[in-house]
Write a protein that binds this ligand. Structure first.
Ligand code: FAD
Length: 518
């Protein structure tokens, strides 16, 4: 071989130009790495999903006639010591006397650093780095849209992307349907009569027993419920089936119930969400293809209105590309941000779901069961709770990065530290996503069967979110009071008597002091 081409677990893009031609002189390397499996404690289903997807991709490449070296955890240890990615790459190159190594642009800063150090250190080798050919926005264009430590609004970026890529446009400048954003039509609650219609999620049944055994053999720590039948898509064919299923059964109601939460059906965990994030993030499927297929379904199907398709396209063309830009332009600073100086520890029920707060136990419980929660559960249930209780952003990041099947730092960190914790002081969000129990009640049926009373602010049965919300708002009044999007909320606080205010803040103090008992 004259060239070694390295693929990471999140670079399983069969449409990449690397694979257009077969070349007997090229060896592809895909390796299960100990450091990647352990840099955070991952959900066991996430580990299985990545390893199965990598293994399947290696097999598919080989079937297509490419030469592949697939190394399992068994083979990426020397003696008893786990090898770094660099050690694995260099030893495979040496073994085959290869002197030219090709890499794809990684999505994570950590890996980019690793690559740069390797390239600077290695002697007698040449390297080249190519685009991963996945995102719509080319990597080199990121600085044209984003500036470090500066707030860039998603909505502005999204409109530019719609125009640049001519997606859902009527002509060059105007949005299809006359409006750029149908967010206000995306906030319906699921009523009792809506529950029966929620489609069963399309789940796969991949045999993961051999991966589980390997994880066990190497003592890889994990969280969450292990399942020898993995339900996540791990091949391109799976991803395409999931996309078809979404377009046919879920897209017609996607926007409408995008923010809704329920615990009253067996499909509460999935609802109308696509669950394509894992397949997208490891690049089994590309965002352009997902957007194209969903727009075609909208054009062909009268059941899908503009508010549904726009809501979906906004997530992928807008949010997903936007957080990637915000990540890269702000790394490594992003990982240091703690604007609200949050210093508490994450409560222990984040690892068990064992709390009396029904919203939290539902969102955490399903995350442990499925390695998945949808956006509003992540943002407004667990995220909101962590922000109101001032949990250290490092710990919050670590939890999100570990537990979700789709969690990779480039997308996890801006969403968690930025959007959900406001630790970046508003680079991403124009205001903190802080909410009391009334938001949870408005968007879900969680409160009805909760130990706590959502209407109460004080007393031992009062929903903790109510007093914690006011405690947070009062504490950060100086910072937030001037914000035009929330300043007026303080009028409601000022109307309360001193005794009422004191009682609410006392209840909040009690909750903070007894965080692990809530
Ligand atoms: P759908 O609801 O069907 O949405 C379709 C697609 O849009 C998703 O697959 C995803 O690719 C994209 N998308 C939607 N919202 C966002 C967003 N805010 N940022 C980026 N892409 C988005 N997403 C991840 O992929 N990985 C993460 O680690 C991650 N961590 C998050 C942490 C927090 C605190 C929050 C609030 C959100 C996080 N998200 C993350 C974004 C979002 O919650 C998930 O993308 C989504 O829930 C995945 O489920 P789905 O595929 O069913 O999404």
């Amino acid at each position: 071989y004259h060239t070694l081409r390295v693929l990471l677990g999140d670079q399983l893009n069969a449409a990449h130009s690397w694979f257009r031609q077969k070349d007997d002189g090229v060896l592809y390397l895909i390796a299960e790495l100990h450091p990647e499996a352990t840099y955070v404690t991952h959900h066991v289903q996430k580990l299985c999903a990545f390893f199965l997807a990598m293994e399947g991709f290696a097999n598919a490449l080989e079937k297509a006639g490419h030469a592949v070296s697939y190394l399992t955890l068994d083979e990426t240890k020397r003696d008893t010591q786990p090898q770094s990615h660099e050690e694995v790459i260099l030893s495979v190159a040496a073994q085959h006397q290869i002197t030219h190594i090709e890499l794809q642009q990684p999505d994570e800063y950590r890996v980019q650093q690793h690559y740069q150090e390797m390239m600077a250190r290695a002697s007698g080798l040449t390297f080249s780095l190519v685009d991963s050919e996945h995102f719509l926005l080319p990597f080199d264009d990121i600085p044209r849209y984003f500036k470090p430590k500066t707030s860039v609004r998603m909505e502005n970026f999204y409109r530019k992307m719609r125009q640049r890529f001519n997606i859902l446009m009527a002509g060059e400048k105007e949005p299809e349907g006359g409006k750029w954003n149908y967010d206000s039509a995306n906030r319906n609650k699921l009523k009792a009569q809506d529950l029966a219609a929620i489609p069963e999620p399309l789940c796969f049944q991949h045999d993961a027993a051999h991966v589980l055994a390997r994880l066990e053999r190497h003592g890889i720590q994990s969280i969450g419920k292990a399942d020898s039948q993995l339900l996540w898509p791990v091949t391109r064919q799976d991803a395409l089936r999931l996309l078809d299923y979404f377009c046919e059964h879920l897209l017609p109601n996607f926007g409408r119930f995008q923010d809704a939460m329920t615990s009253k059906t067996p499909h509460s965990w999935s609802l109308y969400h696509s669950r394509l994030s894992f397949a997208l993030n490891c690049k089994l499927i590309g965002p352009k293809q997902v957007i194209k297929a969903s727009i075609k379904a909208y054009q062909d199907n009268d059941d899908i209105d503009i508010a549904q398709i726009e809501g979906f396209v906004r997530q992928i063309l807008g949010w997903r590309e936007y957080v990637r830009g915000m990540y890269w332009v702000n790394m490594p600073d992003y990982q240091e941000q703690n604007a609200l100086n949050a210093q508490r520890d994450l409560p222990s029920y984040f690892w068990t779901g064992d709390t009396k707060m029904h919203c939290l136990s539902s969102a955490i419980g399903q995350s442990l069961d499925y390695a998945y929660a949808h956006h509003i559960q992540r943002l407004m249930v667990t995220g909101n709770f962590c922000m109101l209780t001032e949990v250290q952003p490092e710990q919050v990041d670590e939890w999100y990065l570990g537990i979700y099947v789709d969690a990779l730092e480039w997308v996890e960190m801006p969403n968690t530290r930025g959007m959900s914790q406001f630790a970046d002081d508003g680079w991403i969000a124009s205001k903190p996503y802080a909410a009391s129990g009334s938001y949870i009640q408005k968007m879900s049926d969680y409160c009805g069967s909760c130990h706590y009373k959502v209407k109460e602010k004080t007393g031992e049965l009062a929903c903790p979110l109510n007093s914690l919300y006011w405690n947070f708002m009062v504490k950060h009044r100086e910072r937030l009071g001037k914000n035009p999007r929330i300043g007026m909320i303080y009028g409601n606080w000022d109307k309360q008597s001193d005794a009422q205010k004191r009682a609410v803040l006392n209840r909040a103090s009690w909750c903070l002091e007894h965080l692990n008992e809530l």
